[in-house]
Design a protein around this ligand. Sequence first.
Ligand SMILES: [Fe+2]
Ligand SMILES: [Fe+2]
Length: 140
Amino acid sequence: MKEKLIQALNQDLAHEYEAVITYTTFAARVKGPYRPALRGFFLKEATEELGHAQFLADKIVALGGVPTTQPATVPEAETPRAMLEAILKAETEALERYAARMRQAEEFGDLGLAARIHAMIEDETEHKEEVEKLLAGFPG
Ligand SMILES: [Fe+2]
Ligand SMILES: [Fe+2]
């Protein structure tokens, strides 16, 4: 049970590292009239995802595991709209993973972990809703 939890948290960690790279890369690559706003948004998100990654890595070590250093596959996107769509998909999937992880942490009996995952669910929900709002009025 503990091994399964460590393995699952390592999957989450790989996706958080992926998110850091995605947001950092998109902040660099985003072009067009909305660059300043989107860049600011991407950079802020990158910082939050890095905080999630650090928490997960710390927790994996606390559980006796070894944190992965391999990010999940970073999505490719050229246009601002494609970037936002890729992010929306990633944030939606992160929410699904963390919903499952929170239950897993509760079953394992680590309520502190469950509470932290709950807080990350809040963060990812906020990210997802912001991207939805950006996309709702996005030209093109
Ligand atoms: Fe995250
Ligand atoms: Fe996020």
